[in-house]
Ligand binder design. Structure first.
Ligand SMILES: [Ca+2]
Ligand SMILES: [Ca+2]
Ligand SMILES: [Ca+2]
Ligand SMILES: [Ca+2]
Length: 362
């Protein structure tokens, strides 16, 4: 028994430390962000559509969902998603289903279970259909807060305000016809405000916006990660200075490939109020989880070759006649360098179906 317990501790420690976090966050730029609040965003699995919430003019001044299309290497001018989706109430926290055909979002429009509830709109091939309450018992009389579905659509993780002193993560399971009653996650519940909960695709990690003690300010929000090991969610680990600072970091969402984190922050070097920021995952995580290196290692060509090999084997049929595609590589992590990390990021996105995001500079 003693030996088994020790092994469990070692595995848990390794799993947490093998998550190498994210490269420094960058602002999504003045076409998306402006002097009003941008308060949550997600990118469609094909990388072609960004949907975000904002209280900018030309909406109803009370938060609507807006879209922007990826074209010619940049996001288009944002457009309002219109009355099928938006109302005069607050419409916020958009997130795509794994197949991209359903848009989930929060609204306090008033005909749900109470406070903010989850609604959904289905893409009919040419437009988003009329929004309806998510079926089943997922919504509560309290305020639901931002969340996200698992890649296969079987489980939806989200936060709910449970008292004036706390908000906690819950999940709801899809039974084939409706969503089940919210189930608490005891390991992550408590006195903190866990104000948003997002599941990382292709992994067992939650990124949570929390007032957890030990962050970059004594009372506000940072983004934290918890990894599930043997069915137990491990203690929150702060995502560090590449993501967090003394301002509020909130409402994280992952791209479908899991390599890009979108989040909201009111830090002063944006365009005013809350802005949307993005950060690319540090790809040393893949090698660290295999035990090939740790998160402090310098990434080198051997590790990259192993990662590329693994990605190709996972994605390409075992047929030597299949021609492998070529990729245009740019400074996708916006660190001012064009190097092997950019190469791995681009290849990873292409094979995992993740979003193609703007490069920096010309
Ligand atoms: Ca609205
Ligand atoms: Ca509610
Ligand atoms: Ca913070
Ligand atoms: Ca703003």
């Amino acid at each position: 028994m003693r030996t088994l317990a020790l092994v469990g501790v070692l595995v848990a420690t390794l799993a947490v430390e093998a998550f190498c976090g994210f490269l420094p966050a960058v602002n999504l730029g003045p076409r998306i962000n402006g002097p009003y609040n941008e308060d949550g965003a997600d990118i469609s699995p094909d990388g072609q559509l960004l949907i975000f919430s904002s209280n900018r003019p030309n909406g109803d001044w009370n938060y609507d969902l807006w879209g922007a299309v990826w074209q010619n290497g940049e996001w288009s001018e944002p457009f309002n998603l219109g009355p099928q989706v938006n109302t005069g109430a607050q419409d916020i926290a958009p997130v795509f289903s794994g197949d991209g055909n359903t848009l989930y979002f929060l609204s306090n429009r008033g005909y749900g279970k109470g406070g903010f509830d989850y609604y959904q709109s289905v893409w009919d091939g040419s437009a988003w259909g009329p929004a309806a309450l998510m079926p089943g018992e997922i919504n509560t009389p309290g305020d639901e807060r931002p969340g996200s579905p698992s890649s296969d659509g079987s489980r939806f993780y989200f936060s709910t305000i449970v008292s004036k002193d706390s908000a906690s993560p819950f999940y709801s399971d899809w039974n084939g016809a409706s969503w089940g009653s919210p189930v608490p996650i005891p390991e992550l519940s408590g006195a903190d405000y866990q104000m948003s909960t997002a599941i990382a695709p292709l992994s067992s990690r939650l990124v949570i916006s929390s007032s957890h003690p030990g962050g970059f300010q004594s009372w506000g929000y940072d983004l934290w990660v918890s990894t599930c090991v043997n069915g137990i969610w491990q203690p929150l680990v702060n995502l560090g200075p590449n993501i967090n600072n003394v301002d509020a970091e909130m409402a994280a969402q992952f791209s479908a490939g899991g390599d890009t984190l979108l989040f909201v922050s009111n830090r002063p070097d944006g365009y005013g109020g809350n802005d949307i920021w993005m950060a690319v995952a540090d790809h040393r995580t893949d090698a660290a989880e295999r035990g090939d290196l740790d998160c402090n290692s310098q990434i080198n060509i051997v590790d990259v070759t192993r990662s590329v090999d693994r990605i190709f084997r996972a994605a390409v049929p075992p047929n030597p006649c299949v021609a492998l595609p070529t990729f245009d590589v740019a400074d996708v992590n916006c660190d001012g360098l064009l190097n092997i990390i950019d190469v791995v990021t681009v290849i990873d996105r292409a094979f995992r179906g993740g979003a193609v995001l703007p490069a920096c500079g010309p």
